[in-house]
Design a protein around this ligand. Structure first.
Ligand SMILES: Cc1cc2nc3c(=O)[nH]c(=O)nc-3n(C[C@H](O)[C@H](O)[C@H](O)COP(=O)(O)OP(=O)(O)OC[C@H]3O[C@@H](n4cnc5c(N)ncnc54)[C@H](O)[C@@H]3O)c2cc1C
Length: 441
């Protein structure tokens, strides 16, 4: 086993959290998350085998899994944080079942490139390809697209080390499986994840600007339904939204030029016409494999300096117009701390703690300045608007709501708590965040 203090670059170099540019030490004593807004209190260990994972879990200490550290809160923290970067990724495709099984620490971007090489695809990706499969699916991470569920919704089986050290395999036929997928790390250390796959496809990305806020609210379904995956990027107090990124599924009938004038949009400069496109973003005005075009950021670049705090609420789609109008009402306050907002659609799933559980949802995301005081000055006003409308905070991002606030938003929360109790009666995988924000005891 390797402690993070002596973790080799080999064990950890595939991790997105080791940022380039010297902004954060890559020395093993760095215990901060990617954004630097939280420092883990426990010991970080990198086991080299499944047996080592089992030994850590049964060591008598409180333990949790740590992915690529891209969450913005204390959710992964514990006495011991187990990072699985020392176990093989070893992707295995099952042609008959149309699945791939992969090590939980594998980054989505690496898996996507592998699958595309095999002629296969996942249904969607988040904006950042650097996040781990285990960490992203545990928090209900999502991309965009009216017909696209969360990344967690593609999980068909899990292998995990549970509290007594057993290695357990669960799948869609297992009682409570829908509670375990968005599991927040509370059921154990997920070592391998099985995901649904489909034939590979190409995506074309185009950027637009000029859509009036009022038009967006009025024609929300037309705008968000205008491509396979649509992202609206904006501030709140302006009359028009800043950008709209359309990721269009390429078929034989896809036109050479994507037109969005019927939505009141004008084309933004593309990567073919602008030399200055940020090099960390995927290309515009061109088509390419899903693995490269569905994320916003390129796998082989540093997404950003990490100088930001992210917050997001998954709002029921049928309440989104009310939500957007009310947030526009405090637009100046939001913009005072905001770098950018992103709106994305997420199809309903059945996963008990998913932000889209039981209803189609819209992700209302805020990338804020890296100043907790300024962020916390406005988050209560946002929660005051969005929680009563059914908005559920993204588990991996910053929020202030407590378990009592969230209980009414998750009809199966008590069942989830009972299931956790069954798998982990002694609370090996419990932590303060789970107690204060989810269980409420
Ligand atoms: C720049 C940036 C862009 C982002 N873009 C998106 C986006 O497009 N869409 C979106 O929905 N979210 C997005 N996020 C949020 C991110 O997807 C989530 O926070 C995600 O959980 C991060 O995965 P991770 O591997 O870093 O997990 P960590 O932050 O390391 O851990 C998160 C949780 O997962 C658990 N976990 C991790 N690995 C395992 C495992 N093997 N077994 C059991 N539990 C495990 C941890 O215990 C913890 O509870 C973004 C974050 C950043 C920083």
């Amino acid at each position: 086993m390797t402690h993070v203090n002596d973790a080799t670059n080999g064990a950890a170099s595939t991790d997105g959290w080791r940022r380039a540019g010297g902004q954060r030490s890559t020395a093993g004593d760095d215990k901060s998350n990617w954004a630097g807004n939280y420092t883990y209190t426990g010991q970080i260990v990198v086991p080299g085998s499944l047996d080592e994972v089992r030994a850590i879990v049964t060591s008598g200490r409180r333990v949790r899994a740590l992915g690529t550290r891209h969450s913005f809160n204390a959710l992964p923290d514990s006495e011991v944080l187990v990072h699985l970067g020392g176990l093989p990724s070893d992707p295995v495709v099952d042609d008959e079942r149309r699945t791939v099984t992969v090590g939980a620490a594998t980054r989505y971007g690496d898996l996507a490139r592998y699958l595309h090489g095999e002629g296969l695809a996942l249904h969607n990706l988040g904006s950042l390809p650097h996040i781990s499969v285990g960490g992203a699916t545990a928090t209900g991470t999502h991309g965009s697209g009216d017909a696209n569920g969360t990344l967690s919704s593609a999980v068909s089986a899990l292998q995990l080390v549970v509290a007594n050290g057993d290695v357990v395999e669960v799948d869609r036929s297992t009682e409570g499986f829908d509670g375990m997928v968005v599991g927040l790390g509370a059921f154990g250390i997920v070592t391998r994840v099985t995901l649904d796959v489909r034939p590979t496809f190409d995506i074309r990305q185009d950027a637009f600007t000029g859509v009036a806020w009022d038009r967006l609210i009025e024609d929300f379904d037309a705008v968000m339904g205008s491509a396979y995956s649509v992202s609206v990027l904006t501030r709140w107090a302006s009359d028009t939204i800043d950008h709209m990124w359309l990721k269009t599924l390429v078929t034989e009938s896809t036109p050479d030029l994507i037109d969005a004038t019927h939505l009141g949009a004008v084309a933004a400069p593309t990567s073919e016409t602008v030399d200055e496109q940020p090099s960390n973003l995927t290309s515009f005005g061109v088509a390419g494999p899903w693995s490269e075009m569905l994320p916003h950021f390129r796998l082989d670049s540093t997404p950003s300096a990490g100088e930001e705090i992210q917050t997001e609420y998954l709002v029921p789609r049928d309440r989104i117009r009310e939500a957007l109008r009310a947030l526009r009402g405090i637009g100046d306050r939001i913009d005072a701390a905001l770098l950018i907002t992103e709106l994305r659609t997420v199809a309903a799933d059945d996963l008990w703690l998913s932000g889209a559980s039981g209803r189609d949802a819209v992700g209302v995301h805020f990338t804020f300045v890296p100043d907790a005081d300024r962020v916390n000055a406005v988050v209560p006003a946002i929660e005051e608007i969005l929680l009563p409308l059914g908005g559920r905070p993204h588990w991996g991002k910053h929020f202030l709501a407590t378990a009592a606030d969230l209980a009414p938003l998750y009809p199966r929360r008590d069942e989830w708590a009972a299931l956790v109790e069954r798998y982990d009666p002694s609370g090996v995988f419990r932590n303060r965040f789970i107690e204060e924000r989810v269980l409420g005891d």
